[in-house]
Write a protein that binds this ligand. Structure first.
Ligand SMILES: Cc1ncc(COP(=O)(O)O)c(C=O)c1O
Length: 447
């Protein structure tokens, strides 16, 4: 029987054989970029694939290999990669010129559509990324409460300098935080009892996204809302990644009213964007007609391509019906993959909501962020194993479909995972059992 390390070694050799141009490009990139990389989650050993172009739901690398895209740029590419209406509106805008350094009418149109979708946002400010949206939300909360500490969730991700996935990254902004485990009501109550009076804001995702597509539990969300209100803490709901799961976001599904909402990713029709918003009263601190208003500049805050593409994406394409359909197909895909894992008697489970999901070791769906000791090797075999079969997923085992994902691609995905499971079932079971005997069926643990 092959062990997991030899399975990984053999798939890695296959990967190298298919991607010589990527290997050469990587060596060149390492001369000018640290580790050949400028977006850490795209790092891959021995080297990442370098892409040449994308069409609909397909990516093509510089060796000419094609991949069905099951990552959708970590959820950004909800429209696929070549939506004709986006190409059209961007072409029109290009003809009118870029970088105006003045206002366009698109920004108010986009803000109006966002407000329609997210009633907790009575007014909106645009920024360039989800990270920036969350940092600005935090500064807004500090200003409004005259407090300077935030509650965050273990496994939460709010941006490159505001992350609580695994370890606090070395480059996190130096803000005092109180970290609680996800979906743990008792721990939440303890944290508020101890720190409630000093907290400006509580940040949460309604599904841990980078933390493994783990949905929030309703009672935990309800308790968080109540505790925030009781302690004068602003509840910041980060829908940067989850806005694609319902036209009114997950906050609608959970029936929770945030004090501040942050958005990004799908909002700009594929172009860089972020936004934060709240009640008109809170947002009035940015009203430049008022004496002492908070100035919030940003060279690209109202960048014309993001604004125009965003208006088309939200008002013409990503309707409630279209999003519901895409997410129902995602739910169906996740069920099919989980059935397949059960059929192969594999201690693996796919969690998530709708079009966004992630792979975990274990047979129970995890309720909070935990790292199973077997997970790194299992995810590496999954990632490389699928890549060499022409399926593109995130290295951490995250999957996101898009409007461009065809039924043929969905079926092929299930077939490829089935084939991967058949080829590696023994190695996977043995590795998981050796890492943690409790993880095998029945009644195992999950990561
Ligand atoms: C929930 C969440 N918040 C914030 C961010 C940061 O957004 P950006 O990468 O645009 O800075 C991300 C990115 O993945 C995210 O998933």
């Amino acid at each position: 029987m092959r062990d997991i390390q030899s399975a990984i070694t053999s798939v890695e050799q296959f990967y190298r054989d298919r991607t010589p141009a990527s290997a050469a490009a990587f060596n060149g990139a390492c001369m000018v970029l640290p580790g050949g990389n400028t977006r850490s989650n795209l790092h891959l050993d021995p080297y990442p694939v370098v892409l040449r172009e994308a069409r609909d739901g397909v990516l093509i690398d510089i060796d000419g290999n094609e991949y069905d895209d099951f990552n959708s740029d970590y959820t950004v590419a909800v429209l696929g990669h070549t939506h004709p209406r986006i190409a059209e509106v961007v072409g029109e805008q290009l003809a009118r010129g870029m970088s105006w350094g003045g206002r366009s009418s698109a920004e108010a149109l986009l803000a109006a559509e966002i407000i329609r979708r997210f009633p907790a946002m009575e007014q909106v400010r645009f920024v360039n990324s989800g990270t920036e949206a969350n940092v600005l939300a935090m500064m807004t909360a500090f200003d409004a409460t005259s407090r300077q500490r935030v509650l965050v969730v273990d496994g939460g991700y709010h941006g490159s300098v505001f992350s609580f996935v695994a370890h606090q990254p070395r480059i996190n902004i130096p803000v005092p935080t109180v970290t609680v485990p996800y979906n743990d009501v008792a721990a939440l109550e303890d944290a508020f009892a101890m720190h409630g009076g000093s907290l400006a804001a509580a940040f949460t995702e309604l599904m841990l996204n980078s933390g493994g597509c783990i949905p929030a539990q309703q009672d935990w969300v309800d308790r968080l809302r109540t505790l925030c209100t009781e302690h004068g803490v602003l509840l910041v709901v980060d829908e940067v990644m989850t806005a694609r799961l319902h036209q009114h976001g997950l906050q609608h599904r959970y029936g929770v009213e945030p004090d501040i909402v942050t958005l990004g990713k799908i909002l700009g029709g594929g172009f860089p964007i972020g936004a934060f918003g709240a009640s008109a009263d809170l947002m009035s601190m940015y009203d430049m007609r008022r004496v002492g208003a908070a100035a919030h500049g940003g060279s690209f805050n109202n960048e014309v391509f993001s604004m125009h593409a965003g208006v088309v994406a939200l008002t013409e394409i990503l309707t409630g019906t279209v999003l519901d359909h895409m997410n129902a197909e995602g739910d169906h895909l996740r069920r099919r993959v989980n059935e397949l894992f059960i059929r192969h008697d594999l201690p693996l489970v796919m969690t998530g909501i709708g079009s966004t999901m992630a792979l975990h070791v274990g047979v129970e769906e995890p309720q909070r962020f935990v790292t199973h000791p077997a997970a790194p090797a299992v995810r590496r075999l999954f990632h490389l194993g699928l890549l060499v079969k022409g399926i593109w997923v995130a290295s951490r085992g995250m999957i996101a479909t898009s409007l461009a994902t065809s039924h043929t691609q969905l079926d092929r995905f299930v077939d490829v995972v089935d084939e991967w499971a058949s080829e590696n079932a023994d190695a996977l079971r043995a590795h998981v059992a050796a890492s943690d005997p409790l993880a095998g069926r029945p009644g195992g643990r999950a990561s």
